[in-house]
Ligand binder design. Structure first.
Ligand code: HEM
Length: 417
């Protein structure tokens, strides 16, 4: 929580910085504040509410195309959804459908290749002309080319009220701050695409996988959706406070199967942490996954139990230990947005479709990557008419939205939606 002593850095971020540029995720503390101030407005709760329609529109279009009785490549579909949503938030309609699909495929290849490049410090290995190296290099280069083309086209055209519009205004120093360079605009967009797509897709894929294995949690979710959104109605911003059970499912998914599982910091001076003396330049690793699976914070941590997050249930200790979006001033800038997107996408899709594991399904073993989650989940799809249920929906009155302070330690924004 002291970013001056525990700065971004270490092998993970140093190498990510070379690959992603000097964006918000990898930058050091000295330049962080200006970058964060520039991007923050696009992710404020007031802005996030404006994105609800585009999330539900994309989610409904996606799942309405799934054949009832067929199979669905769930992880791929969720990656399509999160790519389409984030590209509209960042770039409005600057990417046509085929290019958005290409961006999705490039991001998948880049994210796969990033982790091994951050943990294996032998550059020569990655210069070899292997198919995997070629795929990674082509995807990264194509991603840069697409982003450059979008920026160039926007510079020639009209201003738009989106994240790219904010960044381009900053190159002209329309505000009070010093102008940023074209390279910074590029690095910010690449960073936001790389951070905002896969984490979100894995969170949603994990939620569907967990729900299919926990019929009671699934039944409670359906009961809420049938009560709040009868007839599979698409949710709007006013429905968010009433989607209590849905939000609990997302929160418990983020606890149980946190997509971000390992991060590093570097000490900028000799210091002490939890009784350990650390010299300047030491790499410190922290893992939301381990914190979320510590039985002293979360009894029976392997159990998927969305009710842990019902209003009034989590203790102060659990709120502190729950940090899928990290904490402090380097907390995820997209936390509010990610929660709203996940709740709305889950409500929209689960309101219309029921996803089941295929016969003989074996749960994927967690495989470490830059993120963690089911990377190739395929499920069976059925359409869903209202499910009569003995379990009543969570009463509406329990769900008053709370004011938010996105930097509060460990308060992951679950209650802010
Ligand atoms: C379920 C979805 C998401 C999860 C679990 C997640 C998780 C995280 C975590 C754990 C960090 C802190 C990393 C560290 O401590 O080193 C982080 C930072 C960040 N995330 Fe997310 N994230 C998600 C969605 C998003 C979205 C949708 C965006 C925006 C498009 C985004 C953009 C960022 C950025 C820019 C940072 C760096 C913030 C800073 O250093 O000031 N994330 N995220």
């Amino acid at each position: 929580m002291d970013p001056h002593t525990f700065d971004k850095g270490g092998p993970l971020y140093d190498r990510l910085g070379k690959l992603m540029g000097d964006g918000l995720v990898t930058c050091r503390q000295a330049t962080h504040r200006d970058k964060r101030r520039l991007l923050q407005p696009g992710f404020r709760p007031s802005h996030v509410a404006a994105y609800t329609d585009l999330v539900t529109e994309e989610a409904a279009a996606l799942c309405d195309a799934w054949p009832a009785g067929g199979t669905v490549p769930v992880t791929e579909a969720m990656t399509t959804l999160s790519t389409r949503v984030i590209s509209r938030v960042l770039l409005s309609d600057s990417l046509d459908d085929p290019t958005t699909a290409e961006v999705r495929d490039c991001l998948t290849d880049v994210v796969r290749g990033l982790f091994v490049r951050t943990v294996v410090p032998i550059d020569a290995l990655f210069r070899l002309p292997t198919p995997a190296n070629r795929r990674y290099r082509n995807a990264l280069s194509r991603l840069h080319t697409i982003i450059d083309a979008v920026i160039a086209e926007r510079r020639r055209g009209a201003d738009r009220d989106d994240v790219l519009g904010t960044l381009l205004a900053a190159t002209r120093a329309d505000g009070a701050a010093a102008p940023i360079s074209g390279q910074e605009v590029h690095d910010h967009l690449i960073t936001l695409l790389l951070t905002g797509v896969e984490t979100q897709a894995l969170c949603l894929a994990s939620a569907f996988s967990l729900l299919a294995r926990h019929p009671e949690a699934e039944r409670r979710l359906y009961a809420e959706l049938d009560a709040v959104l009868p007839g599979g109605r698409r949710p709007g911003p006013d429905d968010l406070p009433h989607l209590v059970q849905t939000r609990c499912v997302v929160s418990e998914t983020l606890r149980h199967s946190s997509p971000g599982w390992l991060f590093t910091r570097v000490t900028t001076r000799d210091t002490e942490l939890a009784g350990c003396r650390l010299p300047e330049g030491a790499t410190v690793l922290y893992s939301p996954y381990l914190l979320h699976h510590d039985p002293s914070s979360f009894p029976d941590p392997e159990r998927f139990d969305p009710d842990r997050w019902l209003p009034g249930r989590p203790t102060a200790e659990q709120r502190r230990a729950m940090m899928p979006f990290s904490a402090g001033n380097r907390k995820c800038i997209g936390d509010e947005f990610a929660m709203v997107e996940a709740v709305l996408a889950l409500a929209t899709i689960a309101g219309r479709r029921r996803l089941r594991h295929l016969p003989g399904h074996v749960e994927e073993k967690p495989r470490p990557g830059i993120t963690m989650g089911p990377r190739s989940l395929v499920m069976a799809c059925a359409s869903r008419s209202a499910t009569p249920s003995a379990v009543p929906a969570t009463p509406r009155a329990t769900a008053a939205p709370r004011a938010s302070d996105s930097r509060t330690a460990g308060d992951h924004g679950v209650h802010n939606t």
